[in-house]
Design a binder for this molecule. Sequence first.
Ligand code: PGA
Length: 252
Amino acid sequence: MTTRTKLIAGNWKMNGLKADLAEISGMCARLATLKNSPVETLICPPALLVAEAAGLASLSKLQIGGQDCHMQVKGAHTGDVSAAMLKDAGASHVILGHSERRADHGETDAMVCAKAKAAKAAGLTAIICVGETQNERAQGREYAVVGAQLAGSLSQASQAGDTIIAYEPVWAIGTGLTPSLEDVAQMHNFIRNELARAMGEESQGVRILYGGSVKPGNAESLMSVANVDGALVGGASLKCDDFMAIVEALKL
Ligand code: PGA
């Protein structure tokens, strides 16, 4: 059986000024005191803070990532950030296709797929987000929606070393609501099977994160579900104490 190291990833979204880098320094210091932690950690701050955050975290166990990248290597794309720029700034990962980007910027699965290819070419690990809306779940379409997002967003070139999936039911993001553990188990099992169909044996190494209102109080139970290989955490990743409480909940 493949063992997958759990990943606790924080998504700061459009939150954080330079002063908030103190939270990153705090996380690095706290992680240094955790001996033999079985968990990998990552914070994805706003693009403007990536370089400084990566500098602060360079000698620590905390990895730094971006929240999006352009699908092209470079060129006339005002305001955009390329995968190579993130890598150059010290990022190791990039979140792609978050539901907020799909909604705010009309990102399609094909665009996410192109971005995943760009991320891989730049040496970044892509965290590809999928998840159904409340309406889609009410209509019983959650598996069809997530299956289509996966099929459309994964590229032929996607491999375990450069691809992580985050299942984030849109209705659970920022709402304090979470699916039942049974629902999480079923969806993660479904995603694991879809990955196997798409990637074969290679898929065993792909981690599937759960995201949507993960907090210190529910992290341990959510992370104990089969095929939940970590968390993508929004609000509770902004403060060192909250983020570390989630990491420490998995200390075992
Ligand atoms: P939340 O956000 O933890 O604040 O619900 C999760 C996410 O959108 O990645």
